[in-house]
Design a protein around this ligand. Structure first.
Ligand code: COA
Length: 175
């Protein structure tokens, strides 16, 4: 098994959407009921701004798309292009935390270190831009990965913008 990585491009969009749908549908099942998984589709997913910013990574396993995820120097904390309330304002590395965004591993490639690899790429890139802290909004499916990588939960919310309330945890880590 060889994991390789590169920046995502707009040519990856269809494959990324399919991967995210598989991850949302399959990997959230142990944590959420059917209504909550449906509701998740409104508040999660692809943010094309990250691709345009050059801050979104793709990981391939022996050449096959295995996962994706990125970071951001912009204010939006989580959500896809379709999620209401987005804010593209630039953050200030001297006082704000960079964001970790839209982490998804294909169900056929979980627990191979794809998520861990993407997180380290994001943290390295944010550190290089002068950020001293990263922050994210974790799904219940994502929280074990972030905990394993040194993130701490600082707040818990229920997001009901998609219908059924979905539990999420705001998490942070010093770089
Ligand atoms: C969260 C997600 C990206 C994790 O991806 P992954 O590539 O399987 O994660 P990794 O293989 O890098 O896991 C690294 C470590 O995190 C922890 N971890 C990851 N998934 C876990 C799980 N389901 N249960 C318990 N621990 C888990 C483990 O400590 C793991 O190390 P180990 O496998 O050596 O025990 C994937 O489960 C996913 O796509 N979930 C659905 C979409 C989602 O909710 N994304 C998060 C948005 S905030």
């Amino acid at each position: 098994m060889t994991l390789t990585h590169r920046l995502a491009t707009r040519e990856d969009l269809d494959a990324l959407r399919a991967l995210m749908e598989a991850a949302i549908a399959e990997l959230q099942k142990p944590f959420l009921n059917e209504q909550q998984v449906a509701s998740s589709r409104t508040i999660m997913g692809l943010d094309t701004q990250l691709i345009d910013d050059g801050t979104y990574f793709v990981v391939e396993n022996d050449g096959e798309l295995a996962g994706c995820g990125g970071w951001s120097r912009r204010a939006t904390l989580y959500g896809g292009d379709q999620t209401p309330g987005r804010d593209a304002a630039l953050l200030d590395p001297s006082k704000d935390a960079a964001r970790v965004r839209a982490m998804y591993t294909h169900p056929l490639h979980v627990r191979k270190g794809v998520g861990r690899l993407i997180l380290s790429l994001c943290e390295d890139a944010a550190r290089r831009e002068g950020f001293a802290r990263v922050e994210l909004m974790a799904t219940m499916a994502g929280e074990p990965l972030y905990r394993a990588c040194g993130y701490e939960a600082v707040a818990r919310i229920l997001d009901d913008r998609g219908g059924a309330p979905v539990p999420m945890a705001r998490m942070t880590k010093a770089l």
